[in-house]
Design a protein around this ligand. Structure first.
Ligand code: GTP
Ligand code: MG
Length: 242
């Protein structure tokens, strides 16, 4: 694996969408494996996250347009490495989990790898767990991909991700990515990753507003996918991957 030190180009750019995550940033950045470069996308933080990330040596991109998708996509556009990963910046996910994901994509066994979250005690409120299990069930039925979780820790080739031409700029971005990848015939697979209680205050699953926004954005993606796929039609033929 190439190293980030000594001016060598990174092998993987890790996009870290970041809205007020100063409490989690030091640990998240310290946990990045060798060869993985952090791109922290500061989405209008008021707690000094952007400055802290820069001090800690991360590449910092400013994205003033609020929304998970806006931040994630700005990071993808800023990336230059052959592979791009996405990881939440709230301390709930260990970036070390990206190493086996890279091995799967590098060796050609997968085109997109998702981390299926295995929650530790207190990591996920009951309603988020139920909603996520329901979503995974819907996606299994819709695509035939044996997915158990639409996890935010993920990795794919940069050029392939760009070719998906993703448009959602809010909470539907991760779902749009999965659906577009499946439609393009990518091999999508998942591996289990631990899911820890987040550092700092919850913005999505722990708030009514965040949960409603996520449900609305995901529903829009599901409706768009349904309208494209006639009922009962098989998933896209494999082999058309990136
Ligand atoms: N919610 C939210 N998160 C953002 C935004 N922009 C960037 N992020 C970051 O996106 C990542 C995922 O957001 P989280 O708030 O952790 O979403 P979640 O994991 O579904 O739910 P909670 O951890 O309960 O808040 C975090 O690193 C956020 O800091 C935004 O506009 N809204
Ligand atoms: Mg979180």
């Amino acid at each position: 694996m190439k190293e980030t030190t000594g001016g060598t180009a990174p092998l993987v750019d890790v996009v870290l969408p970041c809205l007020d995550e100063a409490g989690a940033l030091p640990r998240v950045l310290a946990a990045l494996p060798a060869g993985f470069r952090a791109i922290v996308v500061d989405n209008g933080s008021t707690d000094g996250s952007g400055e802290l990330a820069a001090q800690l040596g991360a590449v910092v991109v400013r994205e003033p347009r609020r929304g998970f998708g806006a931040a994630a996509h700005a990071g993808l556009l800023a990336a230059t490495a052959d592979y791009v990963a996405f990881c939440d910046c709230d301390g709930s996910l260990d970036p070390a989990g990206l190493v086996p994901m890279l091995a799967l994509v590098e060796s050609g066994r997968a085109d997109l790898v998702l981390g299926a979250r295995k929650p530790r005690r207190g990591a996920w409120p009951a309603h988020a767990r139920v909603a996520n299990a329901w979503l995974a069930w819907r996606l299994r039925r819709m695509t035939g991909v044996p997915l158990t979780d639409l996890g935010p820790l993920r990795l794919a080739r940069r050029g392939a991700l760009l070719s998906l031409d993703l448009r959602d700029r809010r909470s539907g971005y991760p779902l749009e990515m999965f659906l577009a990848a499946h439609r393009a015939g990518w091999r999508v697979t998942e591996i289990p990753v631990p899911y820890l209680p987040r550092t700092g205050r919850s913005k999505v699953t722990g708030t009514v507003r965040g949960t409603l926004t996520a449900v609305k954005d995901m529903s829009a993606q599901l409706a768009a996918a349904r309208s494209r796929t006639p009922a009962g039609s098989p998933p896209a033929a494999p082999g058309a991957g990136p």
